[in-house]
Every structure is written in structure tokens, then in C-alpha cells.
Write a protein that binds this ligand. Structure first.
Ligand SMILES: [Zn+2]
Ligand SMILES: [Zn+2]
Ligand SMILES: [Zn+2]
Length: 320
């Protein structure tokens, strides 16, 4: 036996699942280029990946939940993978009834449609409208990305799994069909918030600065950070298209200053107004002026008083 053949091949469940989806997407790329028949493997592989992710979530609750017949569940057969497992329909039922998880109805419907298409391919023949099939696959992917985010602890995803997941996400976030379906899916949620700006990460106008929420978050790519300064800097670079290099070269100040409301360095000068990525307050240009001494942003004073920031005012007082 060669060295290679004597080695053990082990692929953990979540990695196995993501591998299938990754493979399905690489086939989708090839389909787009030339080979229509590859849609068959896209269907099979995406379906396999989705089913495994649903099972992984059930196992997080209890390993026996993936046994079709719960009475036959045993540690030994689980460890050996020697048991009759559930399908997607039962997986959804158990996720709702045993794990108390709210499943998005559109996601479940799309998964069901995909399952039926997959079964036909596996057991009979393939005869599908390409447009409907792709629409179904995309809806399933929109749902599973959300399911992964809400139902799995980030820390439980290994480095290798994260690498595959990042590849999947970056492909999807640039796919026009995915963008369209995802934007439609988040539209109702977006309509309930007031302040929505372009996202520093994906560029979609889906980044929510809501005073009621603790963090600013993108409803499209789910970018968020507790580092308000980092988000402000990313906004300047990626949305306003101002680079630190060009600022330094032209002697221009970096357009992130301290907020006139909360005082933190998260106040960005955008055309027409100022926004704070920490307290999420928004101010019109006319309400904000630069300190006459240091140039920092301050609240415009009323009347004839001079516009001097708190620090500079204290410094002058101290000297006097
Ligand atoms: Zn985004
Ligand atoms: Zn603020
Ligand atoms: Zn000052």
C-alpha cells in the first residue's frame, strides 16, 4: 500500500457541508461559462451541503436528533455513522419542535423545492426550467448564510471551515442573482429603520445606523464591529473613496474627528452632514463648525460666542 493510501481521510461534519456548497458554487461558475449540464451537480451538491448544516445544528442540540428512529439511537452507531438518518423535511420539523428555532418560511419552502428537484435527479431524470432551478438554489443559499450566522457560534467554526465559508460568501456577495434575492429578502426589515447608508464593506446601501441598536450593522453582508473608529475609517476609505495616503500627500485632514455628541473619534464628515458611528447621531453641516484653535469639530455656538472646543477652552482657562 502506498503512503497516501494508508492515510486516514477525515472531514468533520461542518467542513463536509461547506465543502459541498463550495463545490456546487464552483460548478455554478463553470455552468455560467459554458456547460449547462453542470446545473445537475450544482443541485446535488448544494442540497447535500444544506442538509448537513441542518443536521449539524440538530447535533449541537443532541446527537440523537439525526436518527430517523429515535428509539434506535445509540452512541455506538452514532460514532460509526451506522444508522438511518433523517432527511430535510424531518430536520426542519425537529429544528422547530425540538430546538425551538424559528425557520424562515421562504427558506424552508426553497429547501423543499430543491429537495424535490434533487430527488428527481437522483432517482429518475432531470427536466427543469433553468431559471426556476437557479432561483431556487439562490433562495436556499440566501437562507443558509443567514442560518449559519444566527444558529452557530462563530467560535465553533474552525479556521479551515471559515476559509471555505469566506470563499462562499465572497462569491455570493458579488453574484447579481444573489444580490437581488437577498436585497428583496431584507427589504421589509430595512423599511423599519430610519438611517441607512452605504456599507463600508460591501458597498450596498444597507448599513443601518440605528440609535436604538448597540452596533451599526449591514443587513446585506452583516458587517459590524465594536470598533467604531475602524468602521468610521473604513467608511471614509471605501464609501467616500478617500485614502489615508492621498490625505497625507495633499495635506488634507482625515475626515474623522471627535463627535460633538459623544466625544469619541467616530465622527465622519460626509457630503451634506456629519454622522457618528458610535452614538449614531446625525448632524447637518450648519450645526457643526471647526474649533478656532485646534480645528476639531464642535457644536456651533449660538450668538457671538467663539467656537472653541472643550479641550482648548480648558487649556486657555488654565493659562489665564
Ligand atoms: Zn455590507
Ligand atoms: Zn457620537
Ligand atoms: Zn480645539
Amino acid at each position: 500500500m502506498s503512503d497516501k493510501a494508508s492515510k486516514q481521510l477525515y472531514i468533520p461534519l461542518m467542513q463536509n457541508a461547506l465543502d459541498f456548497i463550495d463545490k456546487g458554487l464552483s460548478e455554478f461558475k463553470e455552468y455560467e461559462k459554458n456547460d449547462i449540464k453542470l446545473l445537475k451537480y450544482v443541485t446535488l451538491h448544494v442540497h447535500a451541503g444544506i442538509e448537513l448544516i441542518l443536521k449539524a445544528r440538530l447535533i449541537n442540540e443532541h446527537w440523537s436528533f439525526v436518527f430517523k428512529d429515535l428509539d434506535k439511537a445509540s452512541q455506538e452507531s452514532y460514532q460509526n455513522g451506522d444508522f438511518i438518518s433523517i432527511d430535510m423535511v424531518v430536520a426542519f420539523k425537529r429544528l422547530k419542535n425540538l430546538c425551538d428555532i424559528e425557520i424562515d418560511a421562504a427558506f424552508e419552502q426553497a429547501c423543499n423545492d430543491l429537495r424535490k428537484k434533487r430527488n428527481k435527479i437522483d432517482h429518475f431524470e432531470m427536466n427543469e426550467s433553468i431559471e426556476t432551478l437557479i432561483g431556487c438554489v439562490v433562495k436556499v443559499l440566501v437562507g443558509i448564510i443567514d442560518f449559519l450566522r444566527t444558529e452557530f457560534d462563530e467560535k465553533s467554526i474552525s479556521a479551515e471551515e471559515n476559509k471555505i465559508l469566506d470563499r462562499i460568501k465572497s462569491y455570493l456577495l458579488e453574484n447579481q442573482k444573489y444580490i437581488l434575492v437577498k436585497l428583496t429578502a431584507i427589504a421589509p426589515k430595512l423599511s423599519t429603520v430610519e438611517n441607512v447608508i452605504k456599507c463600508p464593506q460591501c458597498g450596498q446601501k444597507t448599513f443601518v445606523l440605528d440609535e436604538g441598536e448597540e452596533l451599526c450593522e449591514c443587513y446585506f453582508c452583516n458587517y459590524k464591529s465594536t470598533d467604531y473608529r475602524k468602521v468610521a475609517d473604513a467608511y471614509v476609505e471605501n464609501v467616500l473613496n478617500i485614502s489615508a495616503y492621498s490625505c497625507a500627500k495633499d495635506g488634507e485632514p482625515w475626515p474623522v474627528t471627535s463627535c460633538i455628541e459623544c466625544g469619541l473619534d467616530s465622527f465622519v464628515d460626509v457630503p451634506g452632514n456629519y454622522i457618528c458611528f458610535n452614538c449614531k447621531k446625525k448632524f447637518e453641516d450648519e450645526d457643526v463648525v471647526k474649533c478656532e484653535v485646534c480645528g476639531n469639530t464642535v457644536c456651533k455656538s449660538s450668538g457671538d460666542e467663539s467656537n472653541i472646543c472643550y479641550d482648548c477652552y480648558n487649556a486657555i482657562e488654565y493659562k489665564a
